[in-house]
Design a protein around this ligand. Structure first.
Ligand code: 9D3
Length: 257
């Protein structure tokens, strides 16, 4: 996987991605990360890449020419026109499924905006996908690009060690993970659940699945719509839901008393 990041802050993305697992994958030759400084493509003598918006308004808009010229120069070097992912709060919200799809590409271009955005004509000419990382306001697209690169990279074969990547494949049927414990058996008066000390693998497996289902119901009930549960597990979930309802109605009763 070859990433090409078009940005006004190359050192920000390069510094953020040269560590740990991603850095090692680059050293192994599984990934390459190249930052293209959009400012290198300005033709203005003062190196400006932005100007005031036509029609007025606050802030500055990144000009079309340096953005398009940076991309065209890259395409010329690569001999192809890779997908351009524009980092924008107006984009589709990035998720694991999108990551999986993007991990099949050989080259990806990340276009990071700053200021109040990029001249719409540049976007019309080169952008293939608009992506956001969620509904909150950041100062630019660099952190979103880094988030997506981190996420996509761990899906590239060889980046993670093999037993972790086997876990990704199963992805636990859209359920949250069960709680984990390690030594000591008692910490701050709290015992490790007895079943985990029993050595009974079947019971441990059942307990973990149930914990996953319980957590998902409590914390991310939206995920359950896509969950893949056995008949027994569906029954367990129904049981939990009945208990939830009972708790709620006892709260209501107390309020009405
Ligand atoms: C006029 C300024 N803004 C109105 C609220 C729009 C705006 C544009 C660009 C606000 C922030 C930004 C900078 N953010 C990104 O470039 C960005 C982003 C984000 O802020 N949140 C989540 N995902 C993303 S992807 C790119």
């Amino acid at each position: 996987m070859n990433y090409h990041i078009l940005t006004l802050f190359p050192e920000m993305v390069l510094e953020g991605l040269n560590t740990s697992i991603i850095g090692r994958a680059v050293d192994k030759g599984l990934l390459s990360i190249e930052a293209v400084n959009i400012r290198d493509y300005t033709k203005e003598k003062h190196g400006h890449v932005d100007d005031a918006p036509y029609g007025g308004g606050a802030g500055m808009v990144m000009q079309a020419a340096p953005v398009c010229d940076a991309y065209e120069d890259l395409c010329r070097k690569l001999g192809k026109r890779p997908r351009v992912l524009y980092m924008t709060p107006q984009g589709r919200v990035f998720n694991q499924k999108i990551a999986k799809e993007l991990s099949a590409e050989e080259d990806l271009v990340f276009l990071c905006g700053h200021y109040e955005g990029i001249d719409e004509r540049a976007l019309e000419l080169i952008v293939t996908d608009c992506l956001s990382i969620g509904d909150y306001v950041l100062t630019g697209g660099e952190l979103p690009a880094m988030v997506m690169i981190d996420c996509i990279s761990r899906l590239v074969p060889g980046v993670l060690n093999n037993d972790v990547s086997a876990e990704i494949e199963s992805f636990h049927d859209n359920l949250l993970e069960y709680p984990q414990y390690t030594r000591p058996e008692v910490y701050a008066g709290m015992r490790v659940p007895e079943v985990l000390l029993s050595g009974h693998h079947k019971n441990i497996e059942t307990w973990r699945r149930q914990q996953s289902i319980k957590r998902t119901l409590e914390r991310r009930p939206d995920l359950l719509a896509e969950a893949n549960l056995s008949k027994k597990e569906q029954k367990y979930l129904e049981e939990l839901r009945r208990e939830q309802k009972k708790e709620l109605s006892s709260i209501f009763e107390n309020v009405l008393k």
